[in-house]
Design a protein around this ligand. Structure first.
Ligand SMILES: Cc1cc2nc3c(=O)[nH]c(=O)nc-3n(C[C@H](O)[C@H](O)[C@H](O)COP(=O)(O)OP(=O)(O)OC[C@H]3O[C@@H](n4cnc5c(N)ncnc54)[C@H](O)[C@@H]3O)c2cc1C
Length: 305
């Protein structure tokens, strides 16, 4: 439809761009106040960017560059979410634990870009940043593994160099909100465990609910508060998929068939990337993208045998 609107010739009327999805998520900062702050062990983005970090890594394979930002991931079938999953055996929520809490370093360009990329409100960043300096902590992100909300990618113009319009439509389905809130609650429950509470663990919001940050009047345990948390710290985790869905013959919502061939009478054209996923995978998408690439190349080779 959007192609017609831009006066382009329609070769096949396929639902390209629909079924767009991503692992929608929201994060919260966790602090461990019983662990004394140690500047040399404190990881900040600016420490990654130094020449000495590069030299340490290149010559000795040591230093901050030996690790990625995500230190641990865990998968949960959170309670109270009903049957909101593709299959009951699959986890509903993934939690990424990142190496440090949210920072606000005006002198660090990458830090500023990251905060912008995450669409964080400047006031929130400032309030969090003030608290987070010189404290030991980490950032935990809950993500909805099988979102029900669907967005769309469409053309902005007939010019192929123009950026497309991406409407992610995140959290438009109530189910996704329920699962995400359950994931955020689960993070709070983890923080209350003996292992973490014995280290003086707390989430920033639960300790300072009345500070001028988000929903200062709401009880941090309330639904209302979690809704606000999602609004302020909701984001995707850059796992776009689904906009050229693979489907069986006769599936009108599909763009490609199980051989990854574009339908609608188009010859000699395949789509081989994460956009063919009918549903997102139960975890990060890099390995699945490689798998799809491997399988796609096999299918292409087979077709020439
Ligand atoms: C910030 C961020 C963090 C992520 N973290 C993780 C993670 O921790 N774990 C994980 O599993 N996944 C992660 N992902 C997701 C993962 O990177 C993607 O799922 C994966 O890279 C998709 O692989 P791809 O080959 O399909 O696409 P890409 O990796 O995007 O590769 C597409 C390639 O095509 C090239 N290209 C584009 N247009 C053209 C053109 N017209 N002509 C020629 N070349 C072109 C691009 O330059 C690029 O090299 C992350 C993504 C982002 C953005």
């Amino acid at each position: 439809m959007h192609v017609e609107l831009k006066s382009l010739v329609v070769m096949a009327d396929l639902p390209v761009g629909l079924n767009y999805q991503d692992h929608v998520s929201a994060f919260t900062d966790i602090f461990l106040d019983e662990i004394p702050f140690n500047e040399s062990q404190h990881v900040t983005i600016s420490k990654f960017q130094t020449i000495s970090s590069f030299i340490k890594y290149l010559l000795f394979g040591k230093g901050p560059l030996t690790t990625g930002p995500v230190q641990a991931v865990s998968f949960f079938d959170v309670d109270g979410t009903g049957d909101f999953c593709v299959s009951e055996e699959m986890p509903k929520v993934q939690i990424h634990s990142l190496m440090g809490p949210l920072q606000d370093d005006p002198n660090d360009d990458i830090n500023q870009q990251l905060n912008k990329m995450q669409n964080l409100k400047p006031n929130t960043v400032k309030a969090y940043g003030e608290h987070n300096t010189k404290r030991v902590g980490f950032l935990a992100t809950a993500c909805v593994l099988h979102p029900q909300s669907r967005g769309a990618v469409s053309l902005a113009s007939a010019d192929p160099l123009q950026r497309p319009i991406i409407n992610p439509n995140f959290l438009s389905e109530t189910r996704d909100r329920v699962v995400l809130k359950a994931g955020l609650r689960h993070i709070r429950d983890l923080v209350k465990t003996r292992a973490i509470s014995s280290l003086g663990g707390y989430t920033l919001d639960s300790k300072y609910p009345t500070r001028e940050r988000i929903a200062p009047d709401a009880d941090p345990e309330s639904e209302e508060y979690l809704e606000e948390l999602m609004e302020h710290f909701g984001q995707c985790i850059w796992h776009p998929a689904g906009s050229c869905k693979m489907g069986a013959e006769g599936d009108t919502s599909a763009v490609v068939d199980p051989q990854l061939r574009v339908q609608g009478g188009i010859q000699g054209l395949r789509v081989v990337d994460n956009s063919i996923m009918p549903h997102l995978t139960s975890g990060n998408t890099n390995a699945p993208a490689i798998m799809i690439g491997e399988k796609g190349s096999d299918l292409i080779l087979q077709s020439y045998k």
